[in-house]
Design a protein around this ligand. Structure first.
Ligand code: S3P
Length: 172
């Protein structure tokens, strides 16, 4: 399948890069967080609070399976925790070309410090939470990805053109 799939930690730029990439390549943009919210009939914060995280994670897997069935040639941004399940990592490869937007904990912290919509970071020590999660998640992102794009200290234009170059080379 030739979807372009963006994975990475919260705040790594998947949605921003994905939307811009969709304009550039004239492809539809989809976001697994939005699709999961639609399927659950509530926001992610509400789902974590009322149904618990496993319910949200099961929904993510279900969303991924539906995307594989129904979508092609799309740009797909994924929730930061989605590639953590081995099952999902395998499904991602079926879905398309997988790009990992790799950012340091400090970059992530700067970009997410005012956010209130990410339940995992709503605590008194978010930078430490990010560091701990990143240590655990980093190798899994790398395993799930075909391409690793470093995003620290790069503007979106640079990140975008790196991805665009790879996509065009793959096609030719
Ligand atoms: C999560 C990342 C979020 C969202 C949920 C859990 C995670 O998506 O899926 O809050 O576990 O990293 P973004 O990466 O789009 O913020």
């Amino acid at each position: 399948m030739s979807n372009i799939v963006l994975i990475g930690f919260m705040g790594s730029g998947k949605t921003t890069v994905g939307i811009r990439l969709s304009y550039l390549l004239r492809r539809t943009f989809l976001d697994t967080d939005k699709l999961a919210e639609k399927e659950m009939g509530m926001t992610i914060s509400e789902a974590f609070a009322t149904k618990g995280e496993p319910y949200f994670r099961d929904t993510e897997t279900s969303v991924l399976k539906k995307l594989i069935e129904n979508e092609d040639n799309k740009i797909i941004a994924t929730g930061g925790g989605l590639p953590m399940r081995a099952e999902n990592a395998a499904l991602l490869k079926e879905l398309g070309m997988v790009f990992y937007l790799k950012a340091s904990p400090e970059t992530i912290f700067e970009r997410t410090k005012h956010d209130t919509k990410r339940p995992l970071l709503q605590n008194d020590h978010p930078l430490q939470t990010i560091r701990d999660l990143m240590e655990e998640r980093g190798p899994k992102y790398e395993n799930a990805a075909q391409y690793i794009i470093e995003v620290d200290r790069k503007d979106f234009k640079t990140v975008l053109s790196e991805i665009e170059k790879i996509v065009r080379e793959e096609k030719s």
